[in-house]
Design a protein around this ligand. Sequence first.
Ligand SMILES: Nc1ncnc2c1ncn2[C@@H]1O[C@H](COP(=O)(O)OP(=O)(O)OP(=O)(O)O)[C@@H](O)[C@H]1O
Ligand SMILES: [Mg+2]
Length: 295
Amino acid sequence: MSKAPDKPRGGPNSSSTPSGIPRSPRVIAVSSGKGGVGKSNLTLGLALALASLKKKVLIWDADLGLANTDVLLGIRTRYTIHDWLKGAKPLEDIVIDVPGGISILPAASGILELSDITREDKERLISDFKGWREDLDFMLIDTAAGIGQNVIFFNLVASEHIVVLTNEPTSITDAYALIKSLATKHRQTGFYVLPNMVEDLHEAKKVFKILADVAGKHLPQVSLDLAGFVPRDEAVPDAVRRQSPFFTLYPASDASRKILETARRLLSVEPPPPERAGGIALLIDRLGASPLAVN
Ligand SMILES: Nc1ncnc2c1ncn2[C@@H]1O[C@H](COP(=O)(O)OP(=O)(O)OP(=O)(O)O)[C@@H](O)[C@H]1O
Ligand SMILES: [Mg+2]
């Protein structure tokens, strides 16, 4: 089930296609099914690791219920996506640059339901991104737990998907439920799998195999790719307590080294072709065509 390594991309800093057409950022949703498996910490770590490899990265904190990228960073955000939705602020005023060379689009914690966003708002949101999309290499979307409509929405906004899971039956089952929903109801077929809080590569492969075996049996159209793994490492909760990213605070920790390997692995794979990777029109199309009631 694991894919053979993909072709290398066109150099580490290729910002345009060979034909000179500006390249859109790779938009990657980080989801999990089960909550509390490390999505927010790994998204932040991955963003900082990619930035350390000279990539321009934005994190879209899309956990609309319990946003916490700002808490992990120990910063207070002034405006949120809610201000943009009310028409009070343009996106440029909402996005903030944070130490480590990344920027954050803060969520509106606890005050925004996706069902409140009209189709016009979604179109406006996506076309507003157009202005500064081109200078970004990556947009990482840190989603909420579960397979509710917000999570599905943000996975459809993305063209690549990272599924974080731990070596617990509940986490593996929920990861599978998420993949199944995206594959059968929304025609998404490629997923990176990122085991977290495991001992070593051996355990990561074991977790991956359990998931891949079930998917191989019931979802033959799906292709899973082990993106790497992150070991259980006290550096992560310690950094959380200090409200500083583990990648910045403990760059030599096992967790930081492994997230850097994952970043390198992501850079080494060919992103989906442009017709799948987005284009504003396609995205709007996708949103229009995708009923958001998914449960
Ligand atoms: N590799 C790791 N080693 C040790 N602890 C970890 C590791 N990764 C995450 N944790 C701990 O797991 C907890 C949950 O992490 P995090 O908030 O990133 O998960 P989440 O999936 O984003 O949660 P939610 O579903 O609530 O959004 C945190 O307390 C964090 O310190
Ligand atoms: Mg989270």
